[in-house]
Design a protein around this ligand. Structure first.
Ligand SMILES: [Zn+2]
Length: 115
């Protein structure tokens, strides 16, 4: 399962951050998942507690912010938010678009319990 290894990666990064701050644990984490990132939100939410087990992230509240696909059209100049399954300009239908957002998969914020 792809999302489990991603969740493990997040937990590792969060542990590094928590240790650098001498935190007791991670209380809350906000993760940004783009609609075009290939990460499935539900699967990630399911996997995270397993990945967090025994780490400083165990019991952390997981919040997810989904970001839409954003494209800029080279033909009509419009910025639009097409469905991730159909990457084209939502205004004129052109495929000459540049993807400006939607690929995100990042830890946005983490709340730490610091003694
Ligand atoms: Zn267009």
């Amino acid at each position: 399962m792809h999302e489990l290894s991603l969740a493990r990666g997040c937990v590792e990064r969060l542990e590094k951050i928590a240790k650098a701050e001498n935190a007791l644990r991670v209380e809350r984490v906000l993760i940004q998942i783009g609609a075009y990132s290939g990460v499935e939100r539900a699967a990630f939410e399911f996997a995270f507690p397993f990945a967090a087990e025994g780490s400083l992230c165990e019991g952390a509240a997981l919040e997810i912010e989904e970001t839409p696909v954003r494209v800029a059209c080279a033909d009509c100049g419009a910025d639009s938010n097409p469905e991730p399954t159909l990457i084209q300009c939502a205004r004129c239908g052109s495929a000459h678009v540049e993807i400006g957002g939607g690929r995100e998969f990042t830890i946005k914020t983490a709340d730490l319990e610091i003694p």
